[in-house]
Ligand binder design. Structure first.
Ligand code: SF4
Length: 495
């Protein structure tokens, strides 16, 4: 990625993202780039700069296992070249073998932005046309609207049981004035994110801008809560006997009790309940104890061992704390059990799915840089000159590029002498993010010529403007072709 020198930390807007890495555990995408079989140019050029848990996606790609990609669009205006990046990310993942989902967040547009349904319908159609024109395969993938997807709404309702108002306050700043529909649109969005896993748990990646990260963290959290319980780390190292499976099933049936015990203010009560439970599962327990011994692990006191197997980490911590004075001893046992966490997770999902649970895998995400506006500053839908709409007349697109701000010097002489500042140039961004397509050589050539002083802004913008005009004309032609086909298509999308 380094030889196409687009430095993700090069501009002030992006330097703020660094905080995300530090505070919230977003990893640099570069760290995982080598694991991706065939990385997209946005990845190679550092435009996709961060990820959360992308490794399972890369692994599924390599091993030809099921995985999915999903992203949503709020139909509040015309799709523009910033959205194209996200369209491209979905399409590329689809081409790499992922189950692809594109959704229209119409409930959100209606509740959070107050758009009328008429406006929403018009924009929704436009987003879909661009997504198709850029290469989304509707026969292989899924397109839907939040408002007409019953499964998503049912899931949103279930998720709402796990979420509460104080979280909404903390995460989204909701207060007493926030309308209920806005809150519903948040649970709907959470349901969207988990929807690809409804039939079968699988790694799912959500391409987003870094501003969407709170949604991702919340969705990952909810995915965990919907698990109800975690099967033992210890179990995972063994083949499960029928009796042990039975034990897990019983635990699933008692998930409500678990949920209540999660905060563990009533350790004693929980203990009583566990004592009952242990009687009914003696046989399974004994067999597990035996296996632990055979594997050279010292079995824990039953109650603690039970928690080590089934309880949430939180509940287990609380219990450990409650057993004052013996904390360290138990912790060392827990360490001994955490030998194969991944296998334990997988097993937990399998068993849970067998028993009607969701078994969600916390969704992964990738983060892309925002494009700088053509007039400098942020690219904004409400400032027409700052962005290029995918519906702009190609001539207007040409003009907008011609009048864009650049990273050029005051005079041609100075530019020849010092070189241009490609890293601060919205026009160079157009080349890197869009106009060069998959051609790294071309992007690099523009960059090198610019910083080397061989390229002057007039000619550079002329070339970019021509390419933009061609892109828009071509894109709009494809949109028209799809517009004709749209009605014939047999997919669940009522536009
Ligand atoms: Fe930007 Fe091109 Fe000028 Fe370099 S030469 S500063 S890339 S417009």
């Amino acid at each position: 990625a380094d030889d196409v020198a687009l430095d993700p930390w090069g501009s002030s807007t992006v330097s703020d993202y660094r905080k995300l890495f530090e505070q919230f555990g977003i990893e640099e995408f570069d760290a995982v780039l080598d694991e991706v079989p065939n990385p997209h140019y946005l990845m190679r050029r550092g435009v996709i700069f961060g990820h959360r848990d992308y490794r399972p996606i890369a692994a599924a790609m390599r091993n030809d296992e099921p995985w999915a990609v999903l992203s949503g669009f709020m139909p509040t205006g015309d799709p523009h070249i910033g959205h194209k990046m996200v369209f491209d990310e979905i399409i590329w993942h689809q081409q790499q073998g992922g189950d692809a989902y594109g959704l229209i967040a119409d409930l959100e547009a209606h509740s959070a932005r107050g758009l009328s349904w008429e406006e929403i319908d018009e924009h929704a159609r436009s987003y879909v046309l661009s997504l198709l024109a850029l290469g989304f395969d509707p026969e292989e993938g899924t397109l839907y609207r939040q408002s007409t997807n019953r499964e998503v709404q049912d899931l949103a309702f279930e998720l709402g049981i796990e979420a509460n108002f104080s979280e909404f306050q903390a995460i989204y700043g909701f207060d007493g004035e926030t309308d209920i529909s806005h809150m519903q649109s948040v649970t709907t969005q959470m349901a969207d994110i988990l929807y690809p896993q409804l039939d079968e748990p699988k790694p799912t990646v959500i391409p987003v801008g870094p501003d969407q990260d709170p949604h991702m963290r919340f969705a990952r959290d909810l995915a965990e809560r919907m698990r109800f319980f975690k099967v033992t780390d210890a179990f995972a190292s063994f083949e499960l006997t029928d009796a042990e499976r039975e034990l897990v099933a019983v635990a699933y049936d008692h998930r409500e009790e678990y949920a209540e015990d999660e905060a563990m203010p009533r350790c004693g009560e929980a203990g009583d309940w566990l004592a009952d439970y242990e009687t009914s599962a003696t046989e399974a327990r004994q067999s597990a104890v035996e296996k632990l011994r055979n594997a050279g692990k010292e079995p824990l006191r039953p109650r603690v061992r039970f928690f080590a197997r089934h309880a949430t980490d939180e509940a287990f911590d609380a219990l450990v704390e409650a057993i004052d004075g013996e904390k360290r001893r138990y912790e060392s046992h827990i360490d001994a059990f955490e030998m194969d966490h991944e296998a334990a997770e997988e097993l937990a999902r399998e068993v849970e799915a067998d028993h009607g649970g969701y078994g969600f895998i916390p969704p992964s995400s990738i983060y892309h840089r925002f494009m700088t506006g053509l007039t400098g500053g942020k690219m904004s839908s409400s400032v027409p000159a700052s962005h290029i709409s995918l519906l702009d007349d190609p001539e207007d697109g040409y003009d907008k590029v011609r009048s864009a701000t650049t990273g050029g010097r005051e005079t041609a002489e100075e530019q020849r002498e010092l070189g241009g500042k490609a890293d601060e140039c919205p026009v160079y961004e157009l080349y890197a993010y869009l106009l060069s397509g998959d051609d790294d050589e071309f992007a690099k050539e523009v960059y090198d010529e610019c910083v080397g002083g061989e390229r002057l802004c007039g000619g550079c913008k002329e070339q970019a403007a021509e390419l933009m005009k061609e892109f828009l004309a071509d894109h709009q032609e494809k949109r028209e072709e799809w517009a004709e086909k749209l009605d014939e298509l047999d997919f669940e999308f009522d536009v």
